[in-house]
Ligand binder design. Sequence first.
Ligand code: RIB
Ligand code: CA
Length: 312
Amino acid sequence: MNARSYPTLHDCDPGSDDAITLLTLLGRLDVNLLGVSTTHGNAPLSATTQNARALLKLAGREDIPVYAGALTPLVREPVYAPQIHGVTGLGGVPLPSPSVPVKSEHAALTLIRQLCAQPGEITLLATGPLTNLALAERLRPGVLKEAKQIIIMGGSLENGAPRLGNTTPRAEFNAYADPHAFDVVLKAGANLALIGLNLTRQVQVTRARAQQLAAVGTAAAQTCSALLDDYLDRIGKLGQTVGALHDPCTAALMLSPELFDWEEAHVDILTDSGERFGETVQVGGEPNVQLVTGANEAGIYALVAEALRRLP
Ligand code: RIB
Ligand code: CA
């Protein structure tokens, strides 16, 4: 058994970039992935859960348990992103049929059980709406503080980059899909790292980057390349020629923090109805996040490619 350095939980809404994140984790010898939990988000919960199971099958890692979580956000109505990820959530990219059923434990209870079993040890990567994390915190106040760190892909902060959303003019998808959950997590007092669009837009998705992953040659790498090409096809129809590698930045930050810059900040989220609903804002006050501000694009892609090389 290899000496594992990173006991990890991945809460996600696969989703093309969630998929690349998960496969990157699976390709690392130093990551002990304790479980995958799924949420509504890019696609309905049934699809994101099926996708997580299929990705583990692709990687030959159906030994890793999948726990389904929140069907809907805490308060608002569900919102999905078929225009970006397709109705299946993975752009119709072919994946093997999973053979291991989803576990019966609700993801929120899994987060509580795992975080309390190893206080201060587990890094939680959150790459979808934060509903499962908020439910865990509501059920067991203080539980999120038991994580070594929670690395969130979500929100969009100025910090030198345009404060532009990707779902509304002001809001990023994960924040917008459940801003009330985002608010619970921001106020939980946990060790949070926040990776917003201001950061992920520094890690571009292009045809050349998709080809870089294809050249790795494994089936997992080819799948990731196909997911990036599908993503580029879809955003191309919306007039965008370059995408952003959102979710894999969470894994890269855990594994190679030297590829990033960050600063302490206080971030709030707006939950009043109106055009700013779901907008994240940096304000004064006691810091509540490490706001990630800089990224090394080439280093991140090299980390992803190196991990995918180890998979089937
Ligand atoms: O805004 C980007 C985020 O929303 C990513 O996590 C992507 O997978 C979608 O969930
Ligand atoms: Ca996601």
